[in-house]
Every structure is written in C-alpha cells, then in structure tokens.
Design a binder for this molecule. Sequence first.
Ligand code: MN
Length: 264
Amino acid sequence: MDVTRRNVMVGAMASGGGLAAAQMAPVQAQSPSGAMMFPVAPVVVPIVGSDKLYQVRRIYCIGRNYAAHAREMGSDPTREPPFFFQKPTDAIQNIAVDTVVDHPYPSLTKNYHYEVELVCALKSGGKNIPADRALDHVFGYALGLDMTRRDLQRALGDEKKPWEIGKSFDHSAPIGPIHPVDKVGHFTKGEISLAVNGTIKQKAGLDHMIWSVAEQIAKLSEAFELKAGDIIYSGTPENVGPVVKGDVILCKLERLPDLSIRIV
Ligand code: MN
C-alpha cells in the first residue's frame, strides 16, 4: 500500500472509528487525516537480479573511517573516532551499470571532491544492535560516491557551523544498483578504487576501515533506531581530490560492477 492510501485510511479510522480505532492503532491514530496535497516520489535504487526496487528511508554517512583519510583531513585517528552525518534521501543519483551518467557540477563551490565508498543497505534494523548480529540486518551492498563541496565543508567546519551545504546537497549521493547479500556475500575486504580520466586517485583495502560494516551498524544503532531502507555510506579512503566539468570518474570495488559519472 502506498503512503497516500495508508494515511487516508488511518485518517478515516481516526475520525470515524472513535475510541475503539484509536485503541487498536494508537500510534497511527495520531497521524493527521486528509488527502495528500501533492505527491512526493519515493526515492528508490534498483536491485540487481530483481524487478523490485529498494526504497531509501535515510542516508547515513561515516566520516573519517580510514586512518589515512582521517589524517589527510587533519585529524588523528588514534584520538578521534569516526562519526556520522546524513544526506537527504533525495540526494540519491542512480547510476546504471555500463553507462557513464552525467553528474551536475553543483553551485557555490570551487573545490568539488570525490569520495568513493562501499554502501550497505539494510533490510531491517533496531536500536542497540550488537556488532555480532549486525550483518543479519544487511540486505545488500552498492558502490557509491559521497560527493563533497570541500571548500564549503572546510569553511563551515572552521567556523564550527553545520557542514550541511558541503555534504548534503542535491545529487550528492551517486549510487550503483544494490547487490543482495545472498548473491555477493558481505564485504569485509577487497580493493576499492577511484580513477579520474583514467588515472588512479584513490585505492585501498576495505579491511583498512576503522569501523567495519558490522561495527558501523552497531554504533549507528546506539544513536538512531535503524530501519529497513536505511543505507550507510561507509567512508572513503585517502587521496580525495577535486574534479572539474568534463572529468570522468570511474569507481571499482572487487566483486561489483564499475560505477562511472561524467561531471557536467
Ligand atoms: Mn565520505
């Protein structure tokens, strides 16, 4: 059932069903009643080998999850643990396999950076998930880019302001299709890399992550109740850098197809 129909039905229950309906569904009965004024499209990512779509609920990102990248960003990974931030769900830009998709150079920046990342997609969630059970919640994996207006991120950070404009803008989350765990397994090692115009810029082993995917889920679930539809960008290795219009980015991750965008 889509969101519009469900809310309309809940609204009908709340207004016409009285106390009995409210007791049956106390949480939903608190939802406002009425028809949707306008549609808001769900954000979806294709699933490899399926005609079903993965609906994205939230995009979590991990900062400074590779020690060498933490150092290049000016922090000491032995003293400062990784941390989380979010992008808006509709920052997703779907990148089909075997295509080079145009990616718009955003406004306001003069230093637009790539960050290649493994992305984990959850099929379930919870709070305070133990690390040794965390991978049970993973539906699949994708290759993604955490595109960043680095100049704005740095300037805002220096001023101790939220770095929203540097990280959480439209199209800032290119992502390939999701590969289900039952087809590709989990990703604890293997090489991840990024090239610009044929020159390798980033290259590292996933085993260099400070927090593994299981630990990311466990840590994140201490702060937020995780749910199906939540995806986690797991952080980027060292050697982030700028692109300009016309550049072609090619991302690789062992066992997944390549992902490629052209900056336009
Ligand atoms: Mn990142």
